[in-house]
Design a protein around this ligand. Structure first.
Ligand code: NAP
Ligand code: GDP
Length: 325
């Protein structure tokens, strides 16, 4: 009989967790569920990971062999500006509890999640994996950024002192089904899909925050999910790896808004509210390390992924996270 391998995913109800669940259940190739694997997708209802007791109870219950650690207090630019202390404290507590409990349980591998928005603000471009700690992050998100940077320090310390196999990945901006489509606190793509949908439905203006000029690289959550599964199964380094489309696929916020207008089928005019923050102008990341390992990885074309995310939002309007009561 094959020995069962338990893979615990913290934050399993979020954008990235739901995408991993979808790939595990639906991919017929190498990213689908492996023989003998039992995947457990946690939500905050299983326990508040800010509490060490709750975290220990979860690990005691499931006895995971491997962990994908996604759970975090997450938000777009405007949430990062408003809730710096919550983003710092909640994420420090969650990460410390998960990593230390994984250590206590001798978990054989943990893959945690950083983000390209934690990199230094004043930097040269493109950014690569070696530059995480090279200077202060952008003022708008230093709470979130410092908590996330410490995961990389913890991973190295657990490995140096105890030989633990804890690593991390660095995705660029993620979007897809099951995203947080809140109008105020979400990331740009889900926020604008929701706003554009309402503008079409109610015949009201579609207003994009900022100048539309900032540049971003976006990764579709289901592409990221495949890469996460590959990292869990095959990536051997403790040092992080950037999971991103290439530099040539970086686009401006106006191009994002145009793709959303097309996907929603909105025919009115739209405008930019330049009184709102642009955030960081760019954070161009280099995906050479990823391509060295996986030169043939196929990313979903941006417009296809925006259309799938928009269709998912419209079909799930009543159930999606929209900030509506
Ligand atoms: P998300 O959709 O907001 O999901 C967050 C997940 O964390 C949910 O499952 C939530 O559970 C869980 N969670 C939050 N606080 C918790 C707590 N105190 N105890 C237990 N669980 C808690 O986030 P996401 O976009 O999937 O992000 C996943 C990871 O990717 C995060 O580590 C994030 O930093 C990283 N990341 C995201 C992006 C992006 O653009 N979205 C970009 C780069 C990196 P409930 O559903 O029960 O609340
Ligand atoms: P960031 O990449 O961490 O800054 O996160 P976001 O996903 O929040 O993207 C922010 C960029 O999109 C900024 O340049 C914003 O000015 C712009 N933007 C335009 N409209 C919106 C919106 O409705 N929500 C958000 N979050 N950003 C928007």
């Amino acid at each position: 009989m094959t020995h069962e391998k338990v893979i615990l995913v913290t934050g399993g109800s979020g954008l990235v967790g739901k995408a991993i669940e979808w790939v595990i259940e639906n991919d017929k190739g190498k990213y689908g569920k492996g023989e003998g694997e039992k995947w457990v997708f946690l939500t905050s209802k299983d326990g508040d990971l800010r509490s060490i007791e709750a975290t220990r109870a979860i690990f005691e219950k499931y006895k995971p062999n491997q962990v994908i650690h996604l759970a975090a207090l997450v938000g777009g630019l405007f949430k990062n500006i408003k809730y710096k202390l919550d983003l710092l404290r909640d994420n420090l507590l969650i990460n410390d509890n998960v990593l230390h409990t994984a250590h206590e349980h001798k978990v054989e591998k943990v893959v945690s999640c950083l983000s390209t928005c934690i990199f230094p603000d004043k930097t040269t471009y493109p950014i690569d994996e070696t530059m995480i700690h090279n200077g202060p992050p952008h003022e708008s998100n230093f709470g979130y950024a410092y908590a996330k940077r410490l995961i990389d320090s913890q991973n190295k310390a657990y490995n140096d002192q105890f030989g633990d196999n804890f690593t991390s990945v660095i995705p660029t901006n993620v979007f897809g089904p099951h995203d947080n489509y809140d109008l105020q606190d979400s990331h740009v793509i889900p926020g604008l899909i929701h706003k554009c949908y309402l503008a079409k439905k109610n015949g009201t203006p579609f207003v994009v925050a900022g100048t539309g000029k900032p540049l971003r690289q976006f990764i579709y959550s289901r592409d990221l999910a495949k890469l996460f599964i590959w990292v869990l199964r095959e990536y051997k380094e403790i040092d992080p790896i950037i999971l991103s489309v290439g530099e040539k696929d970086e686009i401006c916020i106006k191009d994002v808004a145009d793709a959303i207008v097309k996907a929603v089928g909105f025919e009115g005019e739209y405008s930019f509210d330049t009184s709102k923050s642009d955030g960081q102008y760019k954070k161009t990341a280099n995906n050479a390390k990823l391509l060295k390992y996986l030169p043939d990885f196929q990313f979903t074309p941006f417009e296809v992924a925006v259309k799938e995310s928009t269709d998912w939002f419209i079909q799930n309007y009543g159930n999606a996270r929209t900030g509506n009561p």
